[in-house]
Design a protein around this ligand. Structure first.
Ligand SMILES: CC(C)(COP(=O)(O)OP(=O)(O)OC[C@H]1O[C@@H](n2cnc3c(N)ncnc32)[C@H](O)[C@@H]1OP(=O)(O)O)[C@@H](O)C(=O)NCCC(=O)NCCS
Length: 328
């Protein structure tokens, strides 16, 4: 078995990578939907700041790993790791071997920690725990099927907006006049900000929007504004390749504006906008932090239903396996 770096993959290598993802999906159809081949190609070629390796046997890729290095070389943020092993090749140490290779990349970039997002109840949990990862966040996966929404729910919620606020919305990067205010509102997601250990500022807000645009996906934002303050906002991303299922990104209400139903208001306004702007969207998926009862209640009132639980795991880079100690 060889591990090869695929930082500039050929078309044939993209095909092999995609075949591993398809096999992983076929082995666990309840997991993430299998991407289309073009999506795989886009993620491998288009996403910035990532490194790729494949474990190859008999000329075929049997396991793959993506190491994302958000913020670019040497940034003071955790790396993100995603390992996929073909179901026919598991429990032979391939996952551990790719973890060791990615760990070298992580340490070489000066990162001190790494995170991985996985589904509860899958082999990923004992795998990561066997490598010293600890669960730092539990997320409930929720899905809203727009066809199941009673027709009067969204108009009623939009009409019930609190006095003193107005709705603004934009597609793509934030307009200059709201950039700093949006960054301040992103601080409202205190748990997440602390967890990422990095303050939000206008530059980081734009960096996130650029990343979505580079993938070819569309970012939509609806905000509740009072004067020049963004009191609350919600973001949705419609993927280019599979626009039927949009993804909820951040939603937050600034602490001093909480308790006025701004969260549900901006979310309802987003649904109304998407219905005209992107009628092909049929479902919206979202993750809620396990102990965020308030946001769960908002989502359940809107019509989201619980699907699955995912977990974020974290480990210190120095505790990860080394290629010199890896079994293969
Ligand atoms: C999780 C995954 C990457 C593990 O790959 P793998 O090559 O089977 O892992 P390894 O052989 O290196 O396993 C190392 C250790 O992890 C633990 N482990 C791995 N799979 C396990 C399972 N199904 N049940 C219990 N423990 C398991 C064991 O301690 C194992 O050591 P052992 O075989 O000596 O008991 C693989 O199952 C996979 O691709 N799953 C789907 C995608 C995914 O969820 N990826 C995780 C994102 S980081």
């Amino acid at each position: 078995m060889d591990v090869i770096s695929l930082d500039d993959p050929t078309d044939a290598q993209i095909g092999q990578w995609h075949a591993v993802l398809e096999a992983v999906h076929a082995g666990d159809p309840a997991g993430e939907p299998a991407p289309a081949r073009e999506q795989t190609a886009e993620h491998l070629l288009g996403a910035p700041h990532q490194r790729l390796w494949a474990a190859v046997e008999g000329g075929e890729a049997v396991a793959v790993v993506v190491l994302r290095l958000p913020g670019g070389p040497g940034a003071d943020r955790p790396g993100e790791i995603d390992i996929r092993v073909h179901p026919a090749h598991r429990r032979r140490g391939l996952g551990t071997r790719l973890m060791a290779v990615a760990a070298e990349g992580l340490r070489a970039d000066g990162r001190t920690s790494v995170i991985a997002q996985v589904l509860a109840g899958t082999p990923a949990v004992p795998f990561l725990e066997s490598h010293g990862f600890v669960c730092v966040l539990t997320l409930s996966g929720l899905l809203l099927r727009l066809d199941d929404l009673p027709p009067d729910r969204v108009p009623a919620l939009v009409a019930a907006g609190p006095p003193g606020y107005r709705l603004v919305r934009w597609r793509g990067s934030v307009p200059d006049r709201y950039a700093d205010a949006l960054a301040r509102a992103k601080h409202a997601m205190a748990d997440l900000a602390e967890y990422e250990g990095l303050p939000w500022n206008a530059r980081r807000v734009r960096e996130m929007a650029d990343m979505v645009a580079k993938r070819g996906d569309d970012l939509y934002t609806v905000a509740a504004v009072q004067g020049s303050t963004v009191a609350g906002f919600t973001e949705i991303v419609v993927p280019a390749e599979a626009p039927e299922r949009a993804a909820q990104y951040d939603t937050a209400v600034v602490p001093e504006h909480r308790g006025r139903r701004l969260g549900i208001w901006v979310k309802a306004a987003m649904l109304r906008w998407l219905a005209t702007e992107r009628p092909e969207v049929r479902e919206i998926e979202t993750d809620n932090v396990g102990d965020n009862a308030h946001m769960l209640a908002v989502n359940e009132e809107l019509g989201f239903r619980r699907q699955r639980e995912s977990r974020e795991y974290q480990a210190a880079a120095r505790d990860l396996p080394s290629i010199h100690r890896s079994p293969l």
